[in-house]
Write a protein that binds this ligand. Structure first.
Ligand code: GLV
Ligand code: MG
Length: 335
């Protein structure tokens, strides 16, 4: 484990609880809510019972003339509800926007003790995290916030991808990273107008075989970035997440995208529509048969060493570790 930079110590209330001593939470879906819409705020008590994390979105998708209403709406919904073990996050506007500073100051000063995580969009390098880290330390001290507010970065610029490891290492407040495929596509000059998922044009052609139609295989546009993000997160003990999937009319494609990210190491995803909550719950909870198989491996190798055969397949110290990942996750989800 790397030794991260120390928190800036709040002046008034002493050292905060280090992130790694905070309880581990199951965060299969970060459910986005537009807080300026009263009808949406009214749904919060039901959402608290069904989703792992509720996020009040202040950034993209909130019209510029509704930014103040969204911020006020988020503060209101934070005050009005008891979230229990459901996480409360907000996605603030990006650092160079006219709204970022007021987003953070107003929210931390008024509902800092209810807020778990700030999602910071368009993060380009460690300097962005350092800035928010220090600002949070000052506000936590001033407003006597009892536990550190964590930071979750969105990986959605080419520069951010290039700097992903130093972003992860930038502060012990770092909770994790989400892939932001829409902004990332624009930042990279990719030729798509989709929010996540594949593209029919991104494919490889199979060889020509006589008498058969030439096959083509669609490729995963996000594989490289997702793998890079997962490696960086795991190196620094953070959680990796897939981000938005914009085509609500295609639940199969949504599920496939979520599943790829789960298999690759992500712990959760965003849900932008109620229909995506159950997909995320299903995908990011380990499969019962996988758990049964993993338990057999753990039982067959009680001290985690050696080699055994199960159903004709070799298991050893490494597959014991793989099995433990699945069993540990199953336990967390069951709790
Ligand atoms: C999310 O914010 C994205 O840009 O995909
Ligand atoms: Mg974005």
């Amino acid at each position: 484990m790397k030794t991260p930079r120390a928190f800036y110590k709040p002046l008034a209330i002493g050292a905060p609880v280090p992130y790694r001593d905070l309880p581990v939470r199951v965060e299969r879906m970060i459910h986005f809510v537009p807080p300026h819409i009263e009808k949406m705020r009214a749904k919060i008590p039901d959402l608290i019972k069904t989703v792992d994390v509720i996020l009040g979105n202040l950034e993209d998708a909130i019209p510029a003339d509704m930014k103040e209403e969204a911020r006020a709406g988020f503060i209101q919904l934070a005050k009005d509800n008891d979230f229990g073990s459901t996480g409360l996050w907000t996605r603030v506007n990006c650092l160079n926007s006219p709204w970022f500073l007021d987003d953070v100051i107003d929210i931390v000063s008024q509902v800092g003790n209810k807020l778990d995580v700030i999602m910071l969009p368009k993060v380009e390098g460690a300097w962005d995290i350092h800035y928010l880290d220090q600002l949070l330390a000052q506000l936590e001290a001033k407003h006597e916030v009892e536990k550190p507010i964590l930071i979750h970065a969105i990986l959605e610029t080419a520069e951010g991808v290039a700097n992903v490891e130093s972003i992860c290492a930038a502060s012990p407040r770092m909770h994790g990273i989400s892939l932001g495929p829409a902004d990332l596509a624009a930042s990279r000059g990719m030729k798509t107008t989709r929010v996540g998922g594949g593209h029919p044009g991104y494919r490889v052609l199979g060889d020509v075989e006589e008498g058969t139609e030439r096959a083509f295989y669609q490729q995963d546009l996000w594989h490289y970035t997702m793998a890079k993000m997962v490696d960086a997160c795991m190196t620094y003990g953070l959680k990796a997440f897939y981000g938005p999937f914009g085509d609500f009319s295609d639940p199969d494609a949504c599920e496939a995208q979520f599943r790829n990210s789960f298999l690759l190491g992500c712990m959760g995803t965003w849900s932008l529509h109620p229909s995506q909550v159950s997909i995320a719950k299903r995908v990011f909870s380990p499969d019962v048969d996988e758990v049964k198989m993993a338990l057999r491996i753990l039982e067959a190798m009680p001290d985690g060493t050696g080699a055994v055969m199960i159903d004709g397949k070799m298991q050893d110290d490494a597959t014991w570790k793989q099995a433990k990942v699945i069993v540990d996750l199953a336990k967390q989800v069951a709790e």
